[in-house]
Design a protein around this ligand. Structure first.
Ligand SMILES: [Zn+2]
Length: 142
């Protein structure tokens, strides 16, 4: 049972995310990734390994699953309005996710963001980190 639902949707409403968590906004430390894509989008990421996420896609043709670098994850960007919503990674036959908190306009995250830079990380190290930190239960609808 979870106590808190954090919601976001892209500007046009094609993509929505719900994070079900025991945590409150204050418990999250958003991670501002210093890769070029995240900087260009102003993305800052939250996840809860104990939580559950639902990613709702109204029109899949209008969702861009963007891969770059090591191509180990999909950065999902709405093709209509251009908002970056979520990153998905297949780990141990499960989909894991981090959620961009920037589109979460109804939620205030008061804990200062930390800067992360994973440029020097090995692919193995990257997948291990995601296994530990990313939201473990992800349901994709649509
Ligand atoms: Zn959109």
């Amino acid at each position: 049972m979870t106590t808190n639902t954090l919601k976001s949707h892209c500007h046009c409403g094609n993509l929505s995310v719900e994070l079900y968590t025991e945590k409150t906004e204050e418990d999250f430390t958003p991670r501002t990734c210093q890769c070029d894509l995240c900087k260009q989008h102003g993305a800052s990421w939250i996840s809860d390994p104990e939580g559950e996420a639902k990613f709702i896609i109204k029109d899949r043709d209008l969702a861009n699953f963007y891969r770059f670098g090591h191509s180990t994850s999909d950065f999902v960007i709405c093709k209509t309005c251009g908002v970056l919503m979520i990153a998905l990674c297949e780990l141990e036959n499960k989909t894991k996710a981090v959620i961009n908190k920037t589109p979460m306009l109804d939620h205030e995250f008061k804990t200062p963001e930390i800067l992360t830079n994973f440029d020097g990380e090995t692919v193995e190290g990257r997948l291990e980190r995601r296994t530990q930190n990313w939201t473990g239960n992800v349901i994709i609808e649509g």
